[in-house]
Structure formats: C-alpha cells, structure tokens
Design a protein around this ligand. Structure first.
Ligand SMILES: Cc1cc2nc3c(=O)[nH]c(=O)nc-3n(C[C@H](O)[C@H](O)[C@H](O)COP(=O)(O)OP(=O)(O)OC[C@H]3O[C@@H](n4cnc5c(N)ncnc54)[C@H](O)[C@@H]3O)c2cc1C
Length: 265
C-alpha cells in the first residue's frame, strides 16, 4: 500500500520528528511505500493567494474559489500544489502528523490544506440537486482511502476528556477529522493522540512508540470513525440537517456527536 505522511514540525529532533521517523520505518518494514511531505523542510508556502494560479488575469479581482477551479481544470496551478495533489492520489492512506498548536494544526499545515484542496479537486465536485448535495462527507476524490491523525499535545488526557476544560479531544479535532478528511471522502481512523508531552521519559517514549506502532499496523484493518454519510439518507437535503429521530438519546442531543452513526443503528 502507498502511504503519504504530511508532517508539520520545524525541528527534526523534536518528539514529532522522532515519531515521524518511527512511523516511516514501521511502514516501510511492513512493506509499504511511503512518501513524506515534510512541510518545514520543503519550505512550504503556507498562505493561499493569487500567486497559486499561474495564468490568472491580474487585472481582474481575485476570486479564490473560481480562480482555484480554473487553475485546477486548466493545469495552471503552482507546481507545489499539483505535486501534493498527485501524492494524495497516489496514496491509499494519508497520515497528518503535527503538534496541537492553539487547538488546531500548525499554520503551515492548514495552509497546505487550503492550497492543495483545490476547487474541483477536493470540493465543489459531484451533482448538486434536491437528492444529492455534492460528493462530500463520505464521497469525493478520496473515497476508499484512509486517513489518520497523529497529534501531540501539551495538555493532559484529562484536560481533553468528557469533562475536561479544553473540550473532548474528538470535538477539538472534529474540524479536521470530519471537515478536512471526511468531507473529501476519506475513511477517518480514530486519532492517535500523545498527551502531556512535557513528561516524556524514556519508558514512556517506548510505550508511546509501541502504541503508535500498533495503530500503524492497523491502518488497513481498524474500524474508521462512524461518521454518517451526507448522501446516505440521514440528512434533509438541501438543508443538510440530520433527520429527526436519528440523534442519540432523548432527541435533545446536539453538537458534533449527532453526526456519528448510533451504535444501535
Ligand atoms: C504555538 C504553540 C501552541 C500550542 N497550543 C497548544 C494547545 O492548544 N493545546 C495543547 O495541549 N498544547 C499546546 N501546545 C503544546 C504543544 O502541543 C506541545 O509542545 C507539542 O505537542 C510537543 O511536541 P514536540 O514535538 O514539539 O515535542 P518536543 O518539545 O520536541 O518534546 C517533548 C518531550 O518529548 C521529549 N522527546 C523528544 N524527542 C524524544 C525522543 N526521541 N525520545 C524521548 N523523548 C523525546 C523531549 O525531551 C520533551 O520532554 C502549544 C505549543 C506551541 C508552541
């Protein structure tokens, strides 16, 4: 299988750097082909702007979505964007590895998403009608591929628990797992989260590697997060609201959790 690791940390000797090297070694030893997009090492341009569209008419107002689509369709995107799109299409599985910075991904990785996920490639695809609202959330260019986050945090596991002050980790990461990965079609595995990284003595590091190794071994077999499919009948279209009665509990459930298949369904 082909695996693309998109990695965002500025220091090769960081914990993230060590875990990235471990991941590559583990996957290669298991017989997989691995490519790494090491965004800092590549000097990745983080800001999406008009320079990404090589033949844009500079006399005209920039329209990020339209210009993105035009450049994608006509093959006039910046070469670094087209290269990453090719790597995504090559991959059977994609791993995003990053430290949690301000409750999200480092800006360089967010910029990778903004630039590489062109209109017509990762969004704005498929039929839009009163039965089907684009190929999104379970459909799209990455349908059939798998994705997983490997994330390190300063906060403790309890800080990200059900009653933790930072909010549950599933909610913190939902804009990435659901919004960035499930939206263009990936089956998204539960994230690997390494908490409280300031306490990383050797024994714990060995344990972390072992746990990460098990998750990498299960990349093709572990069950993905049970996100609902947008066009699978669970949502009113075009309102895109979950149909009444499908949410868990007494009908008052709200928030991200309602977009998961119920365990009893
Ligand atoms: C701008 C910014 C915003 C942040 N926002 C958040 C936030 O919103 N929420 C949150 O929870 N945290 C936040 N943090 C903390 C951040 O998530 C952690 O600092 C980060 O996850 C640690 O990963 P690292 O790779 O940088 O670790 P490092 O600092 O490189 O290492 C962490 C520990 O692991 C040890 N280590 C490194 N390599 C090895 C190795 N090979 N073997 C054994 N031990 C090793 C180090 O000695 C150190 O003790 C933020 C930090 C920054 C800088």
């Amino acid at each position: 299988m082909n695996v693309l690791v998109v990695y965002a940390h500025p220091e090769p000797q960081s914990l993230n750097g060590s875990l990235k090297s471990f991941t590559v070694e583990r996957l290669v030893r298991a017989g997989h082909d691995v490519r790494v997009s090491d965004l800092y090492a590549m000097g990745w341009k983080a800001a999406a702007d008009g320079e990404d569209f090589l033949e844009r008419d500079r006399g005209r107002r920039l329209d990020m979505m339209k210009d993105s689509k035009h450049a994608y369709v006509t093959g006039t995107q910046a070469a670094d964007i087209a290269g990453q799109q090719a790597d995504l299409l090559w991959a059977d599985a994609v791993i995003f590895q990053f430290p949690l910075w301000w409750f999200g991904m480092p800006a360089i990785l967010k910029g990778w998403v903004e630039r590489v996920y062109a209109y017509g490639f990762a969004y704005g695809v498929g039929e839009y009608s009163d039965k089907h609202w684009g190929d999104r959330y379970g459909e799209g260019v990455f349908k059939g591929k798998r994705a997983m986050l490997v994330v390190t945090t300063g906060g403790w596991e309890s800080h990200y628990g059900a009653r933790g002050i930072n909010g549950p980790i599933e909610d913190v990461l939902f804009p990435i797992t659901h919004g960035i990965l499930h939206y263009p079609g990936f089956d998204v595995l539960p994230p690997v989260v390494i908490y409280r990284t300031s306490k990383m003595e050797d024994a714990r590091f060995a344990h972390v590697r072992e746990q990460l190794g098990q998750r990498l071994d299960g990349l093709w077999t572990d069950a993905p997060i049970a996100f609902r499919k947008q066009n699978g009948g669970d949502y009113e279209i075009p309102a895109l609201t979950l149909k009444p009665g499908l949410e868990p509990g007494d009908g008052l459930a709200r928030g991200f959790e309602i977009h998961l298949q119920r365990r009893d369904s």
